[in-house]
Design a protein around this ligand. Structure first.
Ligand SMILES: Cc1cc2nc3c(=O)[nH]c(=O)nc-3n(C[C@H](O)[C@H](O)[C@H](O)COP(=O)(O)O)c2cc1C
Length: 183
């Protein structure tokens, strides 16, 4: 039985929910899985030796990622690279299936360019639009961007673009990564 770590950065909670769904699938496969917010790792350092694979997810905010994501991967790049590893990127541009192809997703490309950790494996997951729960200025800004890109602009819109079956498939994929001989 493998022990797998799912790390995440989430601002509004959706990436956290995706992380838990990945973990649920891994556990359903018979492996063990811990889900950890990267912000909690300061108080409780990660025991890297326990794990046979790691997936790290982050949501896209204004074309990039929260700086704590880059700080985290820079600080832990060696530990992340020592075991089978994957990065998953959550954004709403990926509501368009073409933008779920790594080469076509500028946010994923940006991460690969800026990150000190070069993940072995990558995944793009469509996120959630939740205008009512976002601060008014964020809601306004995203609605303006959506207007230019033919997306939803209704301020009351809550739209979950995540393909939850695909999230389960990604959980299975991570479980398989943990089985592969890694050096
Ligand atoms: C302030 C803000 C900025 C965002 N910027 C982008 C963006 O530039 N591109 C994009 O595709 N999605 C963008 N999104 C959408 C988020 O990536 C998406 O809502 C994701 O599901 C948020 O995950 P979270 O709930 O874990 O924070 C933005 C969302 C917010 C709230």
């Amino acid at each position: 039985m493998a022990h797998i770590l799912v790390l995440y950065y989430s601002r509004g909670g959706h990436t956290a929910q995706i992380s838990r769904a990945i973990a649920d699938q891994i556990i359903a496969n018979g492996d063990q899985c811990d889900v950890v917010n990267i912000h909690d790792t300061k108080q409780k350092p990660i025991e890297w030796d326990k794990y046979q694979a790691v997936a790290l997810g982050a949501c896209v905010l204004y074309g990039s990622y929260h700086k704590s994501v880059f700080e985290f991967v820079s600080q832990h790049q060696q530990a992340l690279s020592n075991i089978p590893n994957s990065f998953f990127c959550v954004n709403v541009v990926a509501r368009n299936p073409e933008k779920r192809i790594p080469e076509n997703n500028k946010y994923l490309q940006k991460f690969l360019t800026l990150s000190a950790w070069k993940p072995q494996d990558v995944k793009i997951i469509a996120g959630k639009v939740d205008y009512p729960s976002w601060p008014w200025y964020d809601s306004l800004m995203i609605r303006l961007i959506m207007k230019m890109t033919d997306g939803p602009t209704d301020p009351t819109a809550i739209i979950d673009y995540t393909d939850w079956e695909d999230v389960k498939a990604y959980g299975n994929h991570i479980a398989k990564l943990a089985q592969v001989e890694f050096s």
